[in-house]
Design a protein around this ligand. Structure first.
Ligand code: HEC
Length: 197
C-alpha cells in the first residue's frame, strides 16, 4: 500500500467517524430541544418600532405613538385652556357657579362691603386690580403679579392657584374642569351688580 492509498483509506475512515460523531451530536441537540421551549412569563412590552430602514430614511412616516398604560389611545385629556373658560362664560350655568362658590365662602365673602376673611372680599372681583382690596394683607407673590383680574387670568388662577401665582397664600387645590371654571366665572361676574349673562 503506497502513501496515497493509505491517505485515501484514512480519509474515508475519518469521514465515517465525522458522520457518526456529527449525527450523534445532532441527535443530542434534537433530544435537548424536545418539548415546549416557552419562557416563564412574557413581559408586557409597548409596541415600539424597531429601528430599521424607515427611521433612517428622510421624510418617512413617523412611528406610531407608544401607548401609555392607563390612558386610552385617542382619548388623551386636553390641556386646560383659560381662554376657552372665558369664552364659555356666555352660555355658562350661573346656578352651578353659585354652588361651586360654596367652596370659597369659608375664606371669601362675595357681598358688597362684606368682610375680609382668610381671603379678601370678592365683590366686583372680575376686572378688579390684583391684590387691591382694602384692609387685606396679600402675599408678596400676589402683590408682585400685577394687572387686573380678567376672566382669562381668573380662570388660570382658579384652575391651579399655585401654578398661576407661585407662593400665593390661597390654599385651594383648584377646579379641574373647564366648564365648571366657566360657570364659576359667570357667577363671580354677578358679584359686582352685573346681571348674569
Ligand atoms: C382656604 C381659604 C381659601 C379658599 C377655600 C379660597 N381662597 Fe381665594 N384667596 C385666599 C387667600 C388667603 C387669598 C390671598 C392670596 C394671596 O395673597 O396670595 C385669596 C385670593 C383670591 C383671589 C385674588 C383676590 C385679589 O384681590 O387679588 C381670588 C380671585 C380668589 N381668591 C378667588 C377664590 C375663589 C373663587 C375660591 C373658590 C373656588 C377661592 N378663592 C377659595 C383664600 C382662599
Amino acid at each position: 500500500m503506497d502513501t496515497f492509498e493509505f491517505s485515501k483509506i484514512a480519509g474515508a475512515l475519518l469521514c465515517v467517524l465525522l458522520v457518526i460523531v456529527g449525527s450523534r451530536t445532532a441527535l443530542h441537540i434534537i433530544e435537548e430541544n424536545r418539548g415546549p421551549q416557552k419562557p416563564g412569563y412574557t413581559l408586557p412590552m409597548p409596541e415600539v418600532a424597531a429601528p430599521g430602514k424607515e427611521q433612517l430614511g428622510v421624510g418617512e412616516a413617523v412611528p406610531p405613538p407608544v401607548s401609555l398604560p392607563g390612558i386610552p389611545e385617542g382619548d388623551v385629556p386636553a390641556g386646560f385652556d383659560p381662554v376657552e373658560a372665558a369664552q364659555l362664560m356666555a352660555g355658562a350655568d350661573v346656578a352651578n357657579g353659585k354652588t361651586i362658590f360654596r367652596k370659597c365662602i369659608a375664606c371669601h365673602s362675595g357681598e358688597e362691603g362684606g368682610p375680609n376673611k382668610v381671603g379678601p372680599n370678592l365683590w366686583a372681583i372680575v376686572g378688579r386690580a390684583k391684590a387691591s382690596h382694602e384692609g387685606f394683607t396679600y402675599s408678596e407673590a400676589m402683590k408682585a403679579k400685577g394687572s387686573d383680574w380678567t376672566p382669562v387670568e381668573l380662570a388660570s388662577f382658579l384652575h391651579k392657584p399655585k401654578e398661576f401665582v407661585p407662593g400665593t397664600r390661597m390654599i385651594f387645590p383648584g377646579i379641574p374642569d373647564v366648564s365648571d371654571v366657566a360657570d364659576l366665572l359667570s357667577y363671580l361676574n354677578t358679584l359686582g351688580g352685573k346681571p348674569a349673562p
